[in-house]
Design a protein around this ligand. Structure first.
Ligand SMILES: O=C(O)C(=O)C[C@]1(C(=O)O)C=C[C@@H](O)C=C1
Length: 280
């Protein structure tokens, strides 16, 4: 029997990155990951068909929204077909035999650095360097035998690249999670959805945003996220991104047909199944 082809999933970062963990956690079928060293590259991979889906971090419970990714969602017109909340545990990794006092430089992905700011502020005289990916930083320490550099990454990266964990769980708050979106080129009509993401613009007038949000409230639609996104070239004007969830589909449909008349440039970015936040 012919072997079933594995789904190709674009991830930001390399093997053992948090994106790879997110991809293997979300998909139950056989997958292979397509490594991308930026979120822009990840979108290009999906756009040109080098991957079937993409997994994209969108917000973190310590570091907040990844604003550039909201722009990418608007620009690429992909469909959000799912989401995942992944618990994030950060570790400081170094070559075996290294002591914390040997470390002169710490490098990692900027979102990882922001999640460990309390720990990093407690160190003196250590240079913090941003990289494209947590796992890539770990691999660099190993491959270049960097004796005075440590990487912030997960425990899989420690194992994969043969590094020692110098400090465990250095995230500023132990209940730390990153929300990832699963993107496809087209919407999947088979998905039984109870959550949606959308963006729109409102007139710069008293109450225009409040009116639109009240429409959701009146239809018993729960707002789970609101993010304003600057409109480039129109200073002080914003596009509003919201995530909403519902119990009864009819409530959502009713709210949408009313909201459509209250806002401009309404763009539904995806309807999908809401994920649970499970702390470990
Ligand atoms: O560097 C990684 O390992 C990533 O997968 C990127 C990323 C991010 O973009 O937020 C993913 C999860 C964590 O929040 C830290 C970094």
């Amino acid at each position: 029997m012919a072997k079933k082809k594995k789904l190709k999933i674009a991830i930001q970062g390399i093997t053992a990155s948090f994106h790879e963990v997110a991809a293997f956690t979300y998909f139950t079928e056989a997958i292979e990951t397509v490594e991308c060293l930026s979120f822009h590259q990840l979108c290009e991979s999906l756009k040109h068909g080098y991957s079937d889906y993409a997994v994209m971090a969108i917000e973190n419970s310590i570091a907040g929204s990844i604003l550039p990714n909201y722009f990418l969602l608007q620009d690429y017109h992909f469909s959000i077909i799912g989401e995942l909340y992944l618990p994030i545990h950060m570790n400081l990794l170094a070559l075996p035999g290294t002591k914390l006092s040997d470390i002169k430089t710490i490098e990692s992905h900027p979102m990882a650095i922001r999640q460990c700011s309390d720990f990093l502020h407690s160190l003196n005289g250590v240079e913090i360097r941003e990289s494209d990916d947590t796992a890539l930083s770990a691999r660099r320490v190993k491959e270049l035998k960097l004796k005075n550099t440590a990487a912030i990454a997960n425990e899989f990266a420690a194992k994969k690249f043969g590094l020692q964990i110098l400090e465990k769980r250095i995230e500023t708050h132990k209940k730390n999670f990153t929300r990832f979106l699963v993107l496809a080129k087209r919407a999947d009509r088979k998905i039984e959805s109870n959550k949606a993401s959308m963006c729109f613009e409102v007139a710069n007038e008293v109450g225009s945003l409040a009116d639109a949000l009240t429409t959701f409230k009146d239809n018993r639609i729960n707002l789970t996220k609101i993010q304003s996104i600057p409109i480039i070239g129109r200073p002080s004007e914003y596009s509003i991104h919201i995530d909403v969830e519902w119990r009864r589909r009819k409530n959502y449909d009713d709210a949408m047909s009313a909201v459509m008349r209250q806002v401009k440039n309404l763009n539904v970015l995806g309807e999908y199944k809401k994920a649970k936040v499970e702390y470990k």
